[in-house]
Design a protein around this ligand. Structure first.
Ligand SMILES: C[S@@+](CC[C@H](N)C(=O)[O-])C[C@H]1O[C@@H](n2cnc3c(N)ncnc32)[C@H](O)[C@@H]1O
Length: 545
């Protein structure tokens, strides 16, 4: 998306957000939505304008930016008369785009324009500061051994890393990074030189690369995995300081034991975990013991066990980032120091994917301010709880808007009348906790996604067509609304039964994996229960129960 503001000399200030990107998979949807809402991405301001008017225009600009930066889940759950905010991620992205647009206009602006831009910038920063965030976790202050982390920081700084953060211990997430001073929007909390980022570029220097390049089916990702398995134990590694800060075990879902898996039986993540683990085991069996037998000097048996392989997989799943390097190539990499940042649904940093070609460093710039002494959080992406449990081994605090339960309906037969009755051709739908829609938005009906309701109404309408009644239109609407709610209940009641009763256990005595599995199941129950409650409340209003 390219765009900028533009200052004109005739008392009109033209503000332009980036235009819609045709490569965006949601391009058509976003175009339709902005038309339907009468929103443009260019705004003309008559100068001078009273502050009240400026703030009204700013609201409109933010509304347009929200559409520009919607992702597929946010778009799916969007209600007809809901203008946002849609999520913290979307809000941060939108407000930062507005800020960038304003900043780009300062040079070349005359005093009147400058005054207006200043007012708009102040109001945008005010909006950023007022985003409700989940409180930062507490730093553990008692003496914790941080020798390897301190060595890592020193090593990074000698290689040119610039840091406004340090490494600390936190209650839930183990290590994380803490701001040493107040850091403002746009400032970098960390700058990591490209030269100390671990990527495929290192592989060509390795003897592994020479022998494995010809190995059937070898990919760069597998090469990186194998490289890190050996590098971890190499006392002469250039990245010794980095490897020494890594934990002995990662505790992701891929390491769940039988008891935790038993807890998860009947949930989505259960299948996801089994499949992921099975896939990794197959990959391992394709490589070992063959590699150890063919190249015993490079692949020492004791370093390439299944447990070591799983450790390396968990390392890359939970710690790697995708970054565009200064040569323009997108590479999966491990970024020393920055790899210690934790994820939050209220992150400070949302974009960190491109090496700055001037400084040849990866900058972690803040999208919202972070106070000195607080943990500085990253966004790992718009990830669901099941993905976070499987590949990262945690569930974030606070409401995660991407915690969805997918619902796949059968594809209607193309040439029967049923398919014509189904207005939406979409067959994959989803729900999430209805608290996301109902909170502060009392006009929203049921808190269930409009696309799902439309789909089910169409299916039910078809059912009625086969059995035409003599009822009036009002009666019909009332009957179909009840049928809709009853249908949703009939989908979700078995799901709730499948999740079973909450066991009455003292969780402090449980192992990390069983605790996490129970936490995940609680979350699923909360989501399903919110859907059932909203439908039951709807039926009650209609006097049906
Ligand atoms: C990139 S590392 C971050 C550094 C990590 N905390 C450590 O001490 O090595 C990612 C891992 O940190 C943990 N983590 C990240 N964000 C978290 C959060 N919000 N709550 C709990 N654990 C978190 C998870 O174990 C995850 O797999």
């Amino acid at each position: 998306m390219a765009g900028a503001g533009q200052v004109q000399r005739n008392g009109v200030l033209t503000l332009s957000l980036p235009s819609l990107d045709e490569k965006d998979p949601l391009f058509t949807e976003k175009k339709r939505l902005s038309h339907a809402r009468n929103l443009d991405f260019t705004f003309h301001l008559l100068l001078p304008s009273p502050i009240r008017k400026l703030l009204l225009i700013l609201d409109e600009i933010v509304q347009a930016a929200r559409i520009l930066y919607l992702n597929d889940v946010e778009m799916y759950f969007m209600e007809v008369d809901d203008f946002g905010p849609f999520s913290q991620r979307n809000e941060l992205e939108s407000l930062n785009a507005v800020l960038q647009m304003l900043i780009s206009m300062f040079s070349g602006a005359n005093p009147h324009e400058m005054e207006t831009l200043n007012e708009l910038q102040k109001a945008t920063i005010g909006k950023l500061n007022s985003i409700a965030v989940h409180p930062s976790e507490k730093v553990i202050t008692e003496k914790v051994d941080m020798i390897s982390e301190e060595l890592l920081l020193k090593w990074g700084q000698t290689h040119g890393a610039k840091l406004k953060v340090t490494i600390s211990y936190f209650e839930e997430a183990n290590r994380g990074v803490m701001a040493l001073e107040d850091i403002n929007v746009g400032e970098s909390a960390l700058e990591i030189p490209e030269s100390i980022i671990i990527s495929e570029d290192l592989l060509c220097k390795s003897d592994m690369f020479k022998v494995l390049n010809e190995w059937d089916g070898m990919t760069t990702d597998t090469l990186l995995l194998l490289w890190s398995m050996r590098e971890r134990y190499d006392p002469l590694s250039d990245f010794k300081n980095y490897f020494e800060t890594l934990p002995d075990s990662f505790n992701t879902g891929l390491s769940f034991g039988i008891s935790a898996l038993t807890v998860l039986h009947g949930t989505l993540v259960f299948e996801e975990l089994l499949q992921a683990k099975e896939h990794l085991r197959q990959q391992y069996d394709l490589l070992f013991p063959a590699l150890c037998a063919s190249y015993p000097n490079i692949f020492r048996t004791e370093l390439f066990s299944w447990d070591h392989y799983l450790w390396a997989c968990e390392l890359w799943y939970s710690n790697s980032m995708k970054v565009i390097f200064s040569d323009g190539k997108l590479k999966t990499c491990l970024v020393p120091i920055a790899g210690l940042m934790n994820h939050s649904v209220s992150p400070h940093i949302i974009h960190y994917g491109r090496v700055d070609t001037e400084t040849k460093s990866l900058k972690f710039q803040l999208a919202r301010p972070c106070k000195g002494g607080e943990q500085c959080y990253l966004s790992y992406g718009s990830l669901s709880g099941s993905h976070l449990v499987t590949f990262y081994g945690f569930l974030p605090k606070g409401d995660n808007p991407y915690d969805i339960i997918p619902l796949d309906f059968e594809v209607p037969d193309a040439d029967n009348s049923y398919s014509q009755a189904v207005e939406s051709s979409r067959t994959s739908h989803m729900v999430r906790g209805t608290w996301f829609s109902s909170r502060n938005k009392p006009h929203i009906k049921y808190g269930l996604p409009p696309l799902l309701l439309t789909h089910l109404r169409s299916v039910l309408k078809k059912g009625d067509m086969e059995d035409p009644s003599m009822a009036t239109e009002d009666d019909e609407n009332e009957v179909s609304e009840r049928a809709l709610l009853e249908t949703i209940i009939s989908i979700f009641e078995p799901l709730m039964e499948g999740l079973g009763e909450m066991p009455d256990l003292d969780r402090d005595d449980l192992s990390w994996d069983v605790k996490l599995a129970l936490e995940y199941k609680d979350l699923q129950r909360r989501i399903v229960s919110s859907v059932l409650s909203t439908c039951l409340a709807g039926l009650e209003i209609r006097g049906s129960i």
